[in-house]
Design a protein around this ligand. Sequence first.
Ligand SMILES: [Zn+2]
Length: 689
Amino acid sequence: MSEPDIDTLTEDEAKAELARLARVIAHHDRLYNQEDAPEITDAEYDALRARNAAIEARFPALRRADSPSLRVGAPAAQGFAKRAHGAPMLSLANAFSAEEFSRFFDTARRFLGRDAPFSLVAEPKIDGLSLSLTYEAGALVAATTRGDGAVGEDVTDNARVIDAVPQSLRPPFPARIEIRGEIFMAKADFLALNDAETAAGRRGFANPRNAAAGSLRQLDPRVTAGRRLGLFAYALGDVSQPVADSHWQYLQRLRDWGFSVNPYSERLTDEAEAAAFQAGIAERRGGLAYDIDGVVYKIDDLALQRRLGFAGREPRWAIAWKFPAEQAMTVLRQIDVQVGRTGALTPVAILAPVNVGGVLVTRATLHNEDEIARLDLREGDTVRIERAGDVIPRVLGMIPDLRPPGTAPFHLPDHCPACGSAAMRPPNEVVRRCTGGLICPAQRQERLVHFVSRGAFDIDGLGERSLAELQACGLIKSPADIFRLHAHEADIAAREGWGTVSARNLVHGIEARRTLPLARFIYALGIRRVGANTAKLLARHYRTIDAWRAAMREATIIGSDARLALGNILGIGPAIATELADFFIEPRNIALLDDLLREVRVSPDDFVASASRLAGKTLVFTGTLTHMTRPEAKARAEALGARVTESVTGKTDFVVVGADAGSKARRAAELGVAILSEEAWLDLARNEA
Ligand SMILES: [Zn+2]
């Protein structure tokens, strides 16, 4: 179905369309959050929200009170305010066995002077963090963390950007109600977030619960909005009027108001059913999308709950039956180093196999070298490990008394175990990274995907999957191999899923890119910190591939003129200069470049300014300029195709002399280099622009 163009909408049409979008987006929110059954892709969902925002931008007066765009909060100014809970948020008694479980309900029966068993509601215990949501007249007015149970932190702004938190209740609803639930992060989202965090050089989260807590307790709600958080509602706090007779009924009301309730929740007619339920959930546990650490059993009848009340801070009517302890001791046999797709070196503990809560564990994460140093872990140590939720077991610490003699502290290697390139850890980063880039087999796939991507070689028909496939069958080992694929056209055509047409299209797509501009070529190499803009600056400054390569080779020497000149290019700076030098210092990168340049032709960049009289000229500024700052003058000269250098040499074309010029002006005179006054330079720049 094609949607009407936003620019041609009448006011009435826009109004109708906004109403439709509010309804449709709410519908998809419900499917996604409540029923775990989205009907549309994330991209389609984002497109709906974008369309809503665009129409609102054109007709600001038509923005609806329930507009999806209002669900984005403003950044909080400072730390979290404290807020008291209407009814306290309690903790639960724990049971670790069937006996403890039975004893708990026997006590409740004695308390009530009752013989009959209880009907219970069983709910998987989500390993997240509890949140209390206050609604007034159906609208969310406050979100508060558990805190000490009486007073928590005000995280309302953040709750407003979490799609799983209903911003309003579907009627009918009581005038005022506190609804409690668990905020959590799905295991897959946690792993993706940690990948992104470590790729960015930051420390990841230890487990999904920490990730959820860290995401909710953000001072900047925009960070919260970028994280995918779920919510299962399960408890009632303070309420202005009774809303249900039983907990089971309350769960149904929660669904009616628009909350997700855990789909595995069940009503048990008798306590005797609990053991089977517990076993069933324990079996399911590994396959759930989120972490659970047990099952909560509540007496269903709310009148009985009121009569039972509390013992201290624990209700007498609910208990958490936890899964068996998840810690174990074992021997850390070895610390392996893995190289990730982005070149990050990650230490992994290889353990003597041990059963932890029913799962055989042989490996555990060690995060990074700082963590290993903090725990003083050495190969041969006896360590305590924990299955952090269900996801990745981790090492909690070592037992000093059990350390065998002759152990040595562990250090990450300074060379990549996958390719032997230097592995560097930049200051202020926690991750050590292989500098091998394209020559590192662990990084090759990611690098090749970048190499053929839109801003780089932009090769049609060579996507992530075909790259992986052609690597697996040995046809691509290096970027240059891509340009030799034409010799294997028949082999490719014969592969399953290809055929002559696809193979020919691929070869044509590659041939069409055998020549490309210098900036794209530099960008395609995927040198760290050298993005599309930096590549453009380099191409503009050095102009040809030969000049660039020659300068980079010289720039590998710290303190060389070439290195200083590189770091002085506006927008480059010493950190990028170091990355470039690290790339060119590696002989295998040089070999890779030579190999690639046998296959492709790199054209000088076609800058508009190349026709200017300053194009290709080398300029030096000296003295104090009165009409523009030095960086501005430099940027102007570079935009006109000139190179700006710091020192005056025989190759300098002009020296622009400001006030109080010193030795550079004298040197220019000695060498017979043309000297321009600031005014003359301004005229020249103006006429060229
Ligand atoms: Zn490597």
